[in-house]
Design a protein around this ligand. Sequence first.
Ligand SMILES: Nc1ncnc2c1ncn2[C@@H]1O[C@H](COP(=O)(O)OP(=O)(O)OP(=O)(O)O)[C@@H](O)[C@H]1O
Ligand SMILES: [Mg+2]
Length: 257
Amino acid sequence: MKLGVVGKGGVGKTTVAGLIARAYRDHGRQVIAIDTDSNPNLGMSLGLTLAETDAVPVLPRAVIVGTGGDRSAAELIDQYGVTTPAGVTLLSAIRVAEAGAGCTCSGHATVRTLLGEVMTDLADVTLVDMEAGLEHLSRSGGTLAYADVLLVVMEPSRKSVLTAVRTKALADELGIAHVLGVGNKARSAEDRRFLEEACSAEGIALVGVLPHEEGVAEVDRAGGVVAVSETARQTIDEIVASVDAAVSAVAARQPAP
Ligand SMILES: Nc1ncnc2c1ncn2[C@@H]1O[C@H](COP(=O)(O)OP(=O)(O)OP(=O)(O)O)[C@@H](O)[C@H]1O
Ligand SMILES: [Mg+2]
C-alpha cells in the first residue's frame, strides 16, 4: 500500500507520518517511509538523532525507477535506505543543503517513479511525508500520482480545511482512490466539532482527530521521539484501520487478474 501524508504547512504532517509509520511497524508490517521535505526531519520522528537524520543519504534526482529505467526500487532502497530505531526504513528524497541549489522537481520525479513501481515485495506500506502545499499534486504529473490513499492532516482552522478541499480536488483529477482527513492539535470539544462539521460540509471523510498534546511540542523542542497519550495512540490505530479498510475496499472492487 502506498500512502501520502499531506496538508497545509505546520499542521503536523511529519508528526502524524511518524506515528502512523510506527503503528504499522508495531502491527508487524514492513514499512518504508520517504521524506520529501526540503528540510527533512521525519528521521527524528522515527528515532534518529538530528545528526543521524542529516546524514541520511539523499536519493539521486531524476532517476527512472523500474523495468527499462535507470535503477530498480530494490537497489535504491538497498543503497539509500536507513533502518531507524523504530524499525522503519527511511529514504530521504529532497534535502536542499545549499542556497541556490535549484528547484526540487527532479527529486520529486524520482519519488514519483519509485511509487509507480510495485513495492509490495519490498514493503507492506510505503509512506510519503510530503512537504507543505499542493504543488506535489500537480508537479511532474503529481509526485503522489501512484498513491493509493492520501491522508490530509488539518488543524482546527478554516485555512487547513480549505487546503484539504483543494487537495481532494487535485487528487480526484489524478485518480487517487481515497483522500481521508485527519484532524490534529484539537484542544477542545469545539475544535473537534469544527473539524467534523467542516469536513462533513466539504465531503471529506474524517477518520480521526488527534488531541493537542503539550508533550508532543515539548519533545519537538527537545529533539526526541514523540510519545503520545493512550487516547492519541488509540486514535492512530483507528486511522490505520480506516486506511486498511479503504484500501481493501478498492482491492475488492478490482477484477481478478
Ligand atoms: N498533536 C500535537 N500536539 C501538539 N503539538 C503538535 C501536535 N502535532 C504536531 N505538533 C507540533 O506542531 C509543529 C509542526 O508539526 P510538524 O513538523 O509535524 O508539522 P508539518 O505539517 O510536518 O510541518 P511542515 O509543513 O513544516 O512540514 C511541531 O512543533 C510539532 O511538535
Ligand atoms: Mg513536515
